[in-house]
Design a protein. Structure first.
Lengths: 479, 222
């Protein structure tokens, strides 16, 4: 895979060329949603400490903005970016080109139309209020069909592979490509088409939410880590023979862990108990994946200086471990009693979606996009700005949501403290949360400007300087 | 791993296992939970919501109240829900079969609402209270960060007329001023009817053992 001889290089360039337009369309739309979702998220965050902000208009009331932002980030940014990265990687690892990209472009258009209608529907008052399934029912079919048309590319590309071995990243990509539509279709069926009764609805919802984070976003982040680490460091994954064990263990147990979100809820107690047991069992695959990833890193941290991708991937790998620890913490009754329903439970999901998944996608994008466009990043300072903003934002939000959530939980479990006092005590943390989202949005803006620069046709006039940068960055990749 | 078919079957089995093991099994267990007939007065519990309250639940859904409010009371000994007067007992699965859409929530930026309309717990929570809470939250809950839902109300100039019988009384600095009246829209009416309907007052003899006392004999029983 890493041999720098000429035939392989040409093949890679062919693959990159075949993935160019679908990849750019997916990353382009992903970035649009990243900015829009981030803006909505920021407005919603401001409303927590300044409740009069945009409260006059029903479209921007806090209860609608929050799910609209989350849906834009999950379905707009998350799925688009994951597919942009996933389809390219699947083609690379299967050593075959991405064929009939035109159809893919149509599916991408439909997907984004569906997400746009869904987000507008939420803001316009058609929300279903089920977590991550808030989009009105009329977009379900558009999303499912257009996803099927995109996801099938991962499967067909895999099935016409020209390689003997199937690499770890491919397992995760292949699995995720199947799990998302199944989770989504079953959740839609059991909540809207033929709704189950009573508290089974929250059970289905928890199963879906946990599945979406654990069987779509985490596998995508891991696929990126398993691919880019050996690629950029130029050495194989450490203890690779354990990776299949970790894969199967992780996915089977994660699928069963959804009930852990319902500790203390009015559901049969075996449901949260099963989830708790599953979360404890997750320790083994997380340790193995940690050995795989950090074992590969070990002794090569100096390589971080030369590669932005590697730095984002390191952040993602650390976030994966931290998110797993947090997930485990949410299995202890004493911890849950305090942390449940607070900013800490927001941190749990946000960490998977942002620190773990989104960082991996940023890292992947810095590697992939110049190869798709045969260009180079025009503003290296903006790359640094983006990385810095991500680090600062993640730190601010981890502290804000973590410490703030812990304090909120303590106040909530002290019956003597009036509710208004809790809100007042939380004002500082709400403000810190806003600052965190603002810093992240700032970083995204830097990234988008750089992305535009990459696409800009005026590039020819500054070709000389970019050519130098391009050499440098491609050397990094094929080392 | 080299075999694509094996990979596919494994991927399929992983999700199928959790679907059958978690969702179908739970459905088998409590999917047909019905109303309970009180042996003494022969009333069925939980009682269904009124038509207006059902409409209100749709408003509750579309405004996304669930973003900040839960509707689940944790049992005694797990959190301070009972101490905060969010309920007289922990919630049971049976409480929820009256709701066509069950939103137990995942965030408590605002208080729990499962017993928002329970006058035994909150004697002040009459319709007027909820209207004022929705129109100007600060007027009844000082220090709150709940956003005002003024768009659920209409403000009319009185121009010498009598105010509407439905106009709500908003204290001075929160209202639109003299010469104006604040009238709830139909959406506000139904939402308040829904909030007032939120109460789990009946304690099911068959479920009681699942609640508070479960902690003493063995932990995590049932």
């Amino acid at each position: 895979m890493n041999s720098p001889d000429q035939p392989v290089r040409t093949e890679q360039m062919e693959i990159d060329a075949s993935a160019k337009w679908p990849g750019l369309a997916l990353f382009g739309s992903a970035l649009f949603w990243l900015l829009l979702g981030g803006t909505l998220q920021l407005i919603a965050a401001i409303q927590l400490h300044t409740p009069t902000f945009l409260a006059e208009c029903a479209w921007f009331t806090h209860g609608r903005l929050t799910p609209a932002a989350q849906n834009a980030l999950v379905y707009g940014w998350g799925i688009n970016a994951a597919l942009g990265f996933g389809l390219w990687l699947m083609a690379r690892l299967s050593a075959t080109t991405l064929r009939h990209g035109g159809w893919l472009l149509i599916a991408i258009k439909f997907w984004n139309t569906g997400v746009a209608l869904g987000v507008l529907g939420i803001l316009g008052g058609y929300s279903t209020s089920f977590e991550l399934l808030e989009m009105p029912r009329f977009v379900t079919l558009i999303l499912l069909v257009s996803y099927a048309m995109m996801g099938v590319w991962a499967v067909t590309t895999f099935s016409i592979r020209n390689t003997e071995n199937v690499f770890a990243s491919q397992w995760y990509l292949f699995g995720a490509a199947f799990w998302f539509p199944w989770l989504y279709a079953i959740a839609q069926l059991m909540l809207f088409k033929a709704p189950v009764r009573g508290v089974l609805q929250p059970v289905v919802n928890a199963w879906y939410v946990h599945g979406l984070y654990g069987l779509w976003f985490v596998p995508m982040a891991l696929a990126a880590a398993y691919y880019f680490l050996p690629k950029i460091l130029g050495k194989p994954i450490a203890n690779y023979y354990l990776a299949p064990l970790a894969f199967w263990w992780l996915v089977i147990v994660t699928a069963l862990a959804g009930g852990s979100r319902l500790i203390g809820a009015p559901v049969p107690v075996w449901i949260p108990t099963l989830g708790t047991v599953a979360n404890f069992l997750l320790v083994v695959p997380v340790v193995i994946i940690g050995l795989n990833l950090f074992g590969t890193f070990s002794g090569r941290y100096s390589a971080l200086a030369g590669s932005v991708t590697l730095r984002f991937i390191l952040l993602s790998a650390i976030a994966f471990i931290f998110a797993s620890v947090l997930n485990l913490a949410f299995s202890f009754r004493g911890f849950v009693e305090i942390a449940q329903f607070t900013l800490l439970s927001e941190l749990r999901d946000w960490f998977v979606l942002y620190a773990c998944f989104s960082s991996a996608m940023f890292g992947a994008a810095y590697f992939i996009l110049p190869r798709l466009t045969s260009g180079a990043w025009r503003f290296p300072s903006l790359v640094k700005l983006h990385l810095g903003a991500t680090l600062v934002g993640v730190a601010l939000l981890t502290v804000g949501l973590g410490v703030g959530g812990w304090q909120q939980g303590h106040l909530l479990t002290t019956a003597g403290v009036a509710f208004g006092e809790i809100t007042q005590a939380m004002t500082f943390w709400f403000t810190l949360r806003t600052a965190g989202f603002a810093v992240l949005l700032f970083g995204h803006l830097a990234f988008v400007i750089n992305f535009m620069g990459l696409l800009c046709p005026l590039c020819t006039c500054c070709k000389k300087s970019t050519a130098d940068l391009g050499q440098e960055s491609s050397a990094e990749g094929h080392a | 791993m080299k075999n694509g078919l094996k990979l596919f079957l494994g991927v399929f089995a992983a999700l199928a296992l959790s679907w059958v093991g978690l969702l179908l099994t739970a459905h088998q267990q409590i999917g047909r939970l019905g109303q309970f007939k009180d042996p003494v007065d022969e009333m069925l519990h939980p009682q269904p919501l009124s038509g207006l309250a059902v409409q209100g639940s749709l408003v509750y859904q579309d405004l996304g109240c669930v973003s900040c409010h839960t509707q689940q009371v944790r049992r005694d000994g797990f959190g301070a829900d009972l101490g905060r007067k969010w309920g007289q007992r922990g919630s049971y699965a049976r409480d929820y079969i009256r709701d066509s859409v069950v939103l137990i929530g995942q965030s408590r930026l605002g208080p729990d609402l499962r017993n928002a309309g329970n006058l035994d717990l909150h004697p002040y929570a009459d319709a007027d209270y909820f209207y004022r809470l929705l129109y100007a939250p600060q007027s009844v809950a000082p220090g709150t960060n709940m956003p005002a839902h003024a768009f659920l109300f209409e403000v009319h100039a009185l121009a010498g007329r009598q105010p509407s019988t439905q106009a709500i009384k908003v204290p001075g600095k929160f209202g639109p001023g003299a010469g104006y009246e604040v009238v709830p829209t139909n959406r506000a009416h139904s939402l308040v009817a829904y909030l007032q309907s939120l109460k789990d007052t009946y304690d099911y003899p068959v479920e009681r053992s699942r609640n508070a006392s479960a902690e003493k004999p063995k932990e995590g029983g049932h």
